[in-house]
Structure formats: structure tokens, C-alpha cells
Design a protein around this ligand. Structure first.
Ligand SMILES: [Zn+2]
Length: 240
């Protein structure tokens, strides 16, 4: 009987692994897609930050061109001053030069503002890029790990199922039937350990007398609460 209980434990372990593999085969592709989505999201946020810097620099270059054009304009007007005939014309030229100089002052202010803002943003970007790349690396690693596991799942499953067939041959048909029925009714867990008078399937207490009988391992007992097959637990056992 002890041998049969041991085989049932092994069978449960195999079935739990098979169940997990089946679940992973269904879940991993969606999980991988979700991670890729997250990576794309981080990339987009970072790109938006980079774009802010690019906009600032584009604006600054435009102001620099405006500044230069205004300077050229002033020179042109000054070049035409000797041709001026009337005082009115002269005043008009001076006023235009004055106006252009004011504009140049304004452009210079705007250039400095953008230079300062760009410096600040560049500093922030350094830190943000570091965080972004670290996060990306972590996610890529997780994605690769899942991809690798997914690749091996079909072969792993084949191996597990072959082992299950071998093991099932050694278990008496009626016991195996009982196990299969329980497995279906009890969410894939038919055999559980009893630890400290507690069923590890439903976490309810096992009456002391029944517990003592289970510990002997001479007969197959089931949990009075969840009907699962109960196996005595000792320190050398592994969780089923
Ligand atoms: Zn139970």
C-alpha cells in the first residue's frame, strides 16, 4: 500500500506539471505580447522626452536665423542711409533700425531661454534614459526567458506525458479510476499531504484518530471534507 501511495504522489506531481505546462502554453504568448507592449510604451514615453529636446533646439536655431536676418537687415538699412534725402525718411530708417534692434534683443533672450531649458532637459534625459534602458533590459530578458520556455514546452509536455503513461501502467485500474475522477472534480488535485493534522488540499482539520491511521500508511484514506486522497507527510517528502 505504501508503494501505491508513493506512485499516486508521483502521478499527482506529473499531472500537476502537465497542467501547469498546458496553462503556460496558453498564457505565455499573451504574456510575451504584454511585455512587448510595455517595452513599446516605455520607448514611446522616452521618445516624447527626446522630441521635447529636439523641439527646443529647433526653435533655438530658428531664433538664431531670425537674429542673423535682423542683423543683415540693419546693415542693409545703414548702407542706404547716405542716400537719404529728407529728415522724414531719415527718421523712418532710424525707427526701423530701432525696431529691429528690439527684436534682436528679444531673440537673444529667447535663444538663452532655450539653451538653458535644453541643458536642463538634457540632464534629466540622461537619468531618464538610464532608467528606461534598465527597465527595457529587464523586460527584454523576461520576454526572452518566456520565449525560450515556450519553445521547449511541447517537448517537455511529451516527456511528461510519456512518464505518466509508464506510471499509470503500474497502478491498479480501480485506484487509477478513483484518482482520475477526483482529479477532474477537485481542480486537478487528487492527492495531498496531511501536515500537522491539516489536509493540504482544503486546509481543514483531520480528526486525530484518522490522522494517526493515515500516518501508518497502510491504507488509502480520503479527506472527510474534500474527498482527496491523503498521504502522510514526513520531513523527507516533497510537497504534492
Ligand atoms: Zn481536504
Amino acid at each position: 500500500m505504501k508503494e501505491q501511495l508513493q506512485m499516486l504522489i508521483k502521478l499527482q506531481e506529473l499531472d500537476s506539471k502537465i497542467r501547469l505546462h498546458d496553462r503556460q502554453e496558453a498564457l505565455f504568448p499573451a504574456e510575451i505580447e504584454k511585455i512587448q507592449h510595455e517595452i513599446d510604451g516605455h520607448a514611446e514615453v522616452f521618445q516624447q522626452e527626446v522630441a521635447k529636446l529636439e523641439t527646443l533646439e529647433k526653435e533655438r536655431r530658428q531664433r538664431e536665423r531670425d537674429l542673423e536676418a535682423a542683423g543683415e537687415q540693419i546693415k542693409k538699412i545703414q548702407g542706404r542711409l547716405p542716400e537719404v534725402k529728407t529728415n522724414k525718411e531719415y527718421q523712418a530708417f532710424l525707427s526701423e533700425i530701432e525696431h529691429l534692434k528690439e527684436k534682436m534683443d528679444q531673440y537673444e533672450v529667447e535663444i538663452i531661454e532655450r539653451l538653458d531649458a535644453a541643458d536642463k532637459l538634457r540632464e534629466e534625459l540622461k537619468e531618464k534614459e538610464k532608467v528606461y534602458l534598465e527597465e527595457k533590459e529587464k523586460l527584454e530578458a523576461r520576454k526572452a526567458e518566456l520565449g525560450e520556455k515556450l519553445k521547449h514546452l511541447p517537448d517537455d509536455l511529451k516527456g511528461l506525458k510519456a512518464r505518466r503513461i509508464d506510471l499509470e501502467k503500474k497502478i491498479p485500474a480501480d485506484l487509477l479510476n478513483r484518482y482520475r475522477t477526483l482529479l477532474e472534480k477537485r481542480a486537478g488535485i487528487a492527492v495531498v499531504y496531511v501536515k500537522k493534522e491539516i489536509c493540504q488540499g482544503c486546509h481543514m482539520n483531520i480528526p486525530p484518530q484518522l490522522f494517526n491511521q493515515i500516518q501508518k500508511g497502510e491504507q488509502i484514506f480520503t479527506c472527510p471534507h474534500c474527498n482527496r486522497i491523503l498521504v502522510p507527510y514526513d520531513e523527507s517528502s516533497e510537497g504534492a
